[in-house]
Design a protein around this ligand. Structure first.
Ligand code: PEP
Ligand code: MG
Length: 780
């Protein structure tokens, strides 16, 4: 039987329907309020791979060294291809669509993976497999296959290998269940997840539960003493909610209306109803449960329940914790013992090896995984930076993602800005036995890279300094800088690529941002823009850009922030989910990037411009638009049309182009006539295209010279023409941080220089020195 209804399923059916399916079936049987649905059984998945003959290829593909991230990424890609490109068998297709047609009520269903090892008590595979909401018959089959494929994501392969599961032993069912149009939702621990006390913890936010589970919103937190019924409520500021867009049927993130942001989500009656259900579930299973719930009116629905995996006796190491996962010889840590890196882990604060924390309180949040840890804070803002997380460092990040798991394992502690007790960070760190503090709101902005910190995963505190013996190499000394900011006529700005760096950048005293690259915001989504939009909707995409830019624009207001439209070469996009649809180019540097791509896909580009329009609407008149890789006036006219089409008046906003090709430099007089306010030298590309030296090719790196006379000649001529035409000039390439280039530019009369954060102070001094020299020369 390819499909089983939830009321035909019990806990014993786990091998056939997976953990989630079995649990939902069991709850349905116990008369608990579970939305109706069915499961595409694990046997169907098995039959699918075996009948198509892709099983051997699949398991071979994923048999790799999981610590080698390149191999892991190729393995996951290959496995996914095998599954999603194999046709769906006709008989199964009919059965699944037939069952869907038999379901009563609304057309929208949730499609959830249900792996056969997923919910075992000793292996919480949190966040591993796909879930799709608001699916209709149109995409149902596609989503089922994607659930199957999600058994082979990088993180799933990594997890299984490390936990000692054979890939062949884990199957996957897919739950298809009626959507609940939740007004409120969240999670509930029927007992305290760390200590096991008879205290219920409920987290609640507005709208669909995705926002809470993914950690993108900090939910209200209610602690309920089961005996006395006392409730301690911590009401969070809830800026976002997830809901179904009525037109597209997609789940979209929306801003919570002002008056509901600080409003308490759960009334006393709601809490009573949840506690009643929580107690029934716990009684049914005879052990504490972690429940996902949703409410429509005063109806409560249970979306999932599973045993809490991490309650442990105070003195025992955690089940399936650090010791199990640590590589042999990598310095497996016992509770409270300093490991080779000097980081201290303990299962309860105050164990041997830890003294009282000494430093000042830096930030605080929710203690979500008990124990204390000391180490160097590592501010992680995107996947590529995971490499910098060494053994014993403390990951400090906005919110962890499933792909961060290998780094989370190396870390001695985790600190996140966002999320609640059931966010990805909280669940995984508890299972790894890594102390964690989540929902601090600002740790990644307040803490500094390399800063020594001590976290307490019970109290939820992060304090300055290390607690205990320090055997690590001392953290890199921050280069001492003169505290005095010199006044200069030429503006000195700063380059920013990740919004998280905004406050550090602003602290340099720079006159604005000369280049804000938005590629990093987009790449950190983990999906190509097309894929992201397909899965999350246009609004979410625009919101991502708005929020990223806004962080920087806020930090610098009213100083100008020059935001560059997307310029990622296709080889960078290929790394992302959805990257398989990117063109495979011989030379991506000469290919489909910058405004060439934007003008080729005005439909996608319009969403980027829409973000600017919204920012202007929000009052960020310090935002300027800069276009990359422009060649000629024809490009610029087309770009102006695009701006006008989304409702941006080029006459009212400040905007300009990068000078990155000899064509742009030689034709700058024509560019100036189009109405640009500024031209900014992208010397990384200008040098590459002038000298025909691939900037990424280390074999010719010694010939890559931004000070080559021909490059300087192009730059000098552009400055001269622009001065005549009243167009400002600037530099935002790497060379703007080099003193020789600074000297040249100031002498030529450039309007501003944008440098790297660390170089800003030196550049300010250099500019001042040259300016004074010019003044002296003129009067001598
Ligand atoms: C440049 O080319 O100098 C530049 C600043 O852009 P990017 O490095 O992002 O190509
Ligand atoms: Mg460039």
């Amino acid at each position: 039987m390819a499909v089983l209804w939830l009321d035909e399923i019990g806990a014993d059916d786990l091998p056939r329907v997976g953990g989630k399916g079995a649990s939902l079936g069991e709850l349905t049987g116990a008369d608990l309020p579970v939305p109706p649905g069915f499961v595409v059984t694990a046997d169907s998945y098995r039959a699918f791979i075996e009948e198509a003959g892709i099983d051997d290829a699949l398991f071979e593909a994923v048999d790799v060294d999981v610590e080698d991230s390149a191999a892991l990424s190729t393995a996951a890609e290959r496995a996914r291809e095998l599954i999603v490109e194999t046709p769906f068998p006709e008989e199964l297709r009919e059965e699944v669509l037939g069952a869907y047609a038999d379901m009563e009520g609304e057309p929208f269903v949730a499609v959830r993976s249900s792996a056969t090892a997923e919910d075992l008590p000793d292996a919480s595979f949190a966040g591993q497999q796909e879930t799709f909401l608001n699916v209709t018959d149109e995409r149902l089959l596609e989503r089922v296959r994607e659930c199957w494929a999600s058994l082979f994501t990088q993180r799933a392969i990594y997890y299984r290998t490390k936990q000692g599961f054979s890939h062949d032993d884990v199957d996957i069912g897919v739950v298809v269940q009626r959507m609940v149009d939740a007004e409120k939702s969240g999670v509930m621990f029927t007992s305290h997840p760390s200590t096991g006390e008879a205290t219920m913890i409920v987290e609640a936010a507005w709208g669909l539960g995705e926002a809470v589970v993914s950690g993108s919103v900090s939910p209200d937190n209610y602690v309920i003493e089961r005996e006395s019924g006392d409730v301690e409520a911590t009401v969070a500021e809830k800026k976002l909610l997830c809901e179904r867009d009525d037109e597209t049927g997609e789940t979209v993130e929306r801003e919570v209306p002002e008056d509901k942001r600080d409003e308490r989500v759960l009334s006393a009656d709601d809490i009573e109803a949840l506690v009643e259900i929580g107690e029934r579930v716990e009684d049914h299973y005879g052990e504490p449960q972690d429940v996902e719930w949703a409410m429509v009116g005063d109806e409560v629905y249970m979306l999932q329940s599973r045993p809490i995996t991490t309650i442990s006796e105070a003195d025992d190491p955690p089940a399936g914790g650090v010791a199990d996962l640590e590589d042999a010889g990598a310095g497996a840590t016992a509770p409270g013992v300093t490991d080779g890196s000097g980081a201290v882990r303990s299962e309860s604060s105050g164990s041997a090896g830890t003294g009282p924390a000494t430093g000042d309180l830096l930030v605080d949040g929710l203690g979500s995984s008990p124990g204390t840890a000391s180490g160097a804070a590592r501010i992680v803002t995107k996947l590529d930076e995971l490499d910098k997380v060494g053994e014993g460092d403390v990951i400090v990040t906005e919110m962890t993602t499933p792909d961060m798991v290998p780094a989370m394992k190396r870390a001695s502690g985790i600190v996140t800005d966002e999320g609640g007790m059931t966010s990805h960070a909280a669940i995984v760190s508890r299972e790894l036995g890594v102390p964690a503090v989540v929902g601090t709101t600002n740790a990644s902005r307040v803490l500094e890279d390399g800063q020594a910190i001590t976290i307490d995963g019970e109290k939820g505190t992060v304090v300055a300094g290390r607690d205990g013996e320090d055997e690590r190499e001392p953290v890199e000394e921050v280069r001492p800088q003169s505290p005095v900011k010199p006044m200069t006529a030429t503006e000195v700005k700063v380059n920013v690529s990740i919004p998280e760096a905004a406050s550090r950048a602003a602290a340099t005293g720079a006159d604005g941002v000369g280049l804000l690259r938005i590629e990093h915001m987009i790449l950190s989504l983990g999906q190509t823009p097309a894929k992201y939009i397909e899965e999350n909707g246009v609004d979410a995409y625009v919101t991502e850009i708005v929020e990223g830019v806004r962080t920087v624009a806020d930090e610098f207001y009213p100083r100008p922030v020059r935001v560059r439209t997307l310029d990622a070469p296709t080889d960078e996009f290929r790394q992302l989910e959805g990257g398989e649809d990117e063109p495979d180019e011989h030379n991506p540097m000469l290919g489909y990037r910058g405004v060439r791509r934007s003008l080729d896909r005005p439909d996608v580009f319009a969403h980027e411009l829409e973000a600017f329009r919204r920012l202007y609407g929000m009052g960020y008149d310090n935002v300027e638009i800069m276009f990359p890789l422009v060649n000629d006036a024809e490009d610029v006219h087309a770009l102006k049309n695009c701006m006008e089409e989304v409702g941006i008046d080029p006459g009212k906003r400040r905007w300009g182009v990068m000078i990155e090709t000899p064509a742009a430099a030689l034709g700058v007089a024509d560019l100036a006539e189009t109405g640009i306010d500024f031209a900014s030298f992208g010397t990384n590309d200008l040098t590459q295209y002038t000298l025909a030296i691939d900037r990424n090719n280390e074999r010719v790196a010694d010939r890559f010279d931004e000070l080559h006379p021909s490059v300087l000649r192009l730059i000098g001529d552009v400055i001269e023409t622009c001065r005549e035409e009243g167009v400002e000039t600037s530099i935002c390439g790497q060379a703007g941080s080099r003193p020789e280039m600074v000297d040249f530019l100031v002498e030529e009369g450039v309007s501003s220089i944008s440098a790297n954060i660390d170089a800003v102070r030196d550049v300010q001094h250099e500019v001042k020195r040259v300016e004074q020299k010019l003044v002296l020369d003129s009067i001598r």
